[in-house]
Design a protein around this ligand. Structure first.
Ligand SMILES: Nc1nc2c(ncn2[C@@H]2O[C@H](COP(=O)(O)OP(=O)(O)OP(=O)(O)O)[C@@H](O)[C@H]2O)c(=O)[nH]1
Ligand SMILES: [Zn+2]
Length: 228
């Protein structure tokens, strides 16, 4: 039976949110990060984007770009950085492992669209998340949603990987969670060194996934071709 999580956001933060992310993996937020509404954030960011475009010499009266500051502000607050708002945290529905499935479960090829916090340029890749049940099972899509929630922040890939694992550990009540992310950083691919070929792999292995055989099994599943 699904125990749909109907708790208030604050309690959900207690369950899978930032409060359970180790200090080293926390997104560096100011204490007053939630002091203003999303609407107010959009208004303020809109003015900042106007300033940037104006400084670059763009004519903000031009038909094509007069709506750009608002579009960018909405994209930042509602989409690209929606994971900074705990109200957007997915509820991690878990249910009892009644069928006593005892092997690992791997959710492969979760698409990652994130934003590099150093250059505010896209990070695009795939996350692979695995866990071994300790009595609780999580809805498959909730793993994709947890990845999405933490991806939609200014990020470094290492922190994103750790946040996904820690949120899953909290939701499932087990250390036995792993995550591998393979992603391209546009700050590396399209500017700076401009290496379009390289990608970045990060991993975090908790509990049994630190053991050689379990880690190996997980990584082998990632090699499997899926033909559907
Ligand atoms: N560890 C880590 N580094 C990242 C990530 N995303 C971007 N970076 C790196 O952050 C570094 C920032 O270095 P800086 O020297 O301050 O920035 P920069 O002058 O723009 O560096 P270049 O990209 O080498 O031109 C760069 O080397 C980026 O490649 C990430 O997710 N993890
Ligand atoms: Zn970058």
């Amino acid at each position: 039976m699904f125990e749909l999580n109907s708790k208030m956001n604050d309690e959900r933060i207690e369950e899978i949110g930032e409060n359970h992310v180790a200090t080293s993996a926390k997104t560096p937020l100011r204490a007053d990060a939630f002091a203003i509404s999303d609407e107010e954030k959009i208004n303020r960011i809109q003015e900042s984007v106007k300033d940037i475009l104006h400084t670059l010499g763009m004519d903000l009266e031009d038909d094509s770009i007069q709506g750009t500051p608002k579009r960018v502000a909405k994209a930042f607050v509602n989409e690209l950085f929606m994971g900074l708002n705990p109200a957007n945290m997915p509820s991690a529905s878990t249910f009892d492992n009644n069928y006593n499935y005892g092997e690992m479960l791997v959710e492969k090829n979760i698409v990652v669209y994130s934003t590099c916090e150093h250059h505010l340029l896209p990070i695009i890749g795939r996350a692979h998340v695995a866990y071994i049940s300790n009595g609780k099972v999580i809805g498959l899509s909730k793993m994709n949603r947890i990845v999405e929630y933490f991806a939609k922040r200014p990020q470094v890939q290492e922190r994103l990987t750790m946040q996904v694992v820690q949120a899953m550990q909290e939701a499932l009540g087990t250390e036995d969670v792993a995550c591998v992310i393979d992603a391209k950083h546009l700050c590396v691919n399209s500017r700076g060194i401009k290496d379009i070929e390289s990608s970045t792999v990060t991993s975090e292995f908790g509990g049994k996934f630190k053991e050689k055989e379990t880690k190996k099994e997980f990584l082998q599943y990632l090699q499997m071709d899926t033909h559907f």
